[in-house]
Design a protein around this ligand. Structure first.
Ligand code: FMN
Length: 170
């Protein structure tokens, strides 16, 4: 019997919002916060939708630990980051993340990149950093802070539903 787990990692709530929206169209799924994840959660699971936020250009470490345990599954991926999903940098971040998941011999069926509001405290902290201490991600983040403010918005949440509706039937 196919069985779905939705696993999400969130720090400031953006990724959780998208995860909730995906759960609303996959009501029978096991719903797991990555901070509570145990390897045995995957025992009876055929399909996984994994969502995470991006930290310093990479899958955050908590989600990375979960990804390392996902093997031989049909996988849907969603990520939130403050940069515009259409930028080259966002595409690179997505490709690196997908590669990690493919390493577990998983079949990736869908992916969705969603802009997510950059936490204000963090924005202030990196804005204060001397320019020479910043890397390319920091500059892009500062530039994207304004446009990220409204995300994830209603359209993002609807898009997530559309992409992952009935994922278990795939
Ligand atoms: C410590 C930290 C590092 C971040 N690094 C990046 C980054 O490299 N690129 C980016 O686009 N957004 C970055 N962000 C923004 C988050 O990825 C974005 O706000 C995300 O939606 C947060 O998800 P959450 O609310 O589920 O925790 C960073 C945020 C924090 C707090």
């Amino acid at each position: 019997m196919p069985k779905l787990a939705i696993i999400y990692s969130t720090k400031t709530g953006n990724t959780e919002k998208v995860a909730n929206s995906i759960l609303s169209v996959n009501e029978d799924a096991k719903y797991i916060d990555a901070s509570d994840f145990k390897e045995s959660d995957l025992d009876d699971i055929t399909h996984v939708i994994i969502g995470f936020w991006i930290k310093a250009g990479k899958v955050n470490p908590e989600a990375r630990k979960v990804i390392e345990k996902i093997k031989n599954k049909k996988v849907g991926v969603f990520m939130t980051l403050s940069s515009d999903p259409e930028t080259e940098n966002s595409k690179k971040v997505l490709n690196n993340s997908l590669e990690l998941i493919e390493n577990g011999n998983n079949e990736i069926l869908e992916s969705f990149v969603c802009q997510g509001r950059l936490n204000n405290k963090f924005l202030i902290a990196i804005s204060k950093l001397n320019k020479s201490l910043r890397d390319i991600n920091d500059d892009e983040m500062i530039d994207s802070a304004e446009s990220s403010k409204e995300h994830p918005n209603k359209e993002d949440l609807e898009e997530a539903k559309k992409i992952f509706k009935n994922f278990i039937d795939r």
